[in-house]
Design a protein around this ligand. Structure first.
Ligand SMILES: Cc1cc2nc3c(=O)[nH]c(=O)nc-3n(C[C@H](O)[C@H](O)[C@H](O)COP(=O)(O)O)c2cc1C
Length: 189
């Protein structure tokens, strides 16, 4: 079964990202199209980009880069869980994108964004621009959480509404289709 990585983009103390990631990871497991792995950028703990060679060379000096490259390469599809910081994606995600290059290529990505009135959509748009440069195919179908704290209960668990349930199913169905369609490109490269 193909591997889907749910990547948590927020790293600050007190962050809400893991709760949202756990919800969408469980949706993906229940969906059944993928083996699911949660990747937490806080635990990955990359320093600011510190490689001498262009990442497209695949020449990595540092152990943290080699470990991150192996993690990114392992996945067949991605699902990014993204808050909006100053109308942009979190710096930790930009940094994680920068470290490696070919390992991302020819895989589809869904986005779960969250924020205030914007539902994190500006962060999602900036993320899509970055993904295209890495030859990742960002999906149109997405899950967008406006005023997202309304969906988190007193125990810190996500309580989804009908729109979240439906949009996540549509996004996961599309991820399955794109993952299969892009396999031949991955095999050729
Ligand atoms: C540095 C910073 C900038 C933020 N900028 C935005 C923003 O531009 N738009 C928005 O909707 N929410 C913004 N927020 C509020 C976040 O949506 C909210 O804090 C959310 O919990 C962040 O996700 P996290 O808890 O996983 O870090 C910002 C929060 C922080 C800490």
């Amino acid at each position: 079964m193909p591997l889907l990585q749910v990547i948590i983009a927020s790293t600050r103390p007190g962050r809400q990202g893991p709760a949202i990631a756990e919800w969408i990871a469980q949706r993906a497991r229940d969906h059944g199209g993928f083996e699911v792995e949660v990747v937490d950028l806080k635990q990955v703990d990359l320093p600011n980009y510190d490689e001498a060679q262009h990442p497209a060379s695949g020449v990595y000096e540092h152990e943290h880069t080699k470990a991150w490259a192996a993690s990114v390469a392992r996945a067949d599809a991605y699902l990014f869980v993204i808050p909006e910081y100053n109308h942009f994606m979190p710096a930790a995600l930009v940094n994680a994108f920068t470290f490696v290059n070919r390992e991302w290529a020819y895989k589809p990505a869904g986005i779960v964004s969250y924020g205030g009135v914007s539902a994190g959509l500006r962060a999602a748009v900036t993320t899509k621009e970055a993904l295209v440069a890495l030859k990742v195919v960002p999906l149109v179908e997405a899950v967008s959480l406006p005023f997202f704290t309304q969906f988190i209960d007193d125990d810190g668990a996500v309580v989804p509404n009908e729109i979240m349930q439906q949009s996540s199913t549509v996004m996961l169905n599309e991820l399955v289709r794109w993952e299969a369609a892009l396999r031949s490109l991955r095999a050729d490269s």
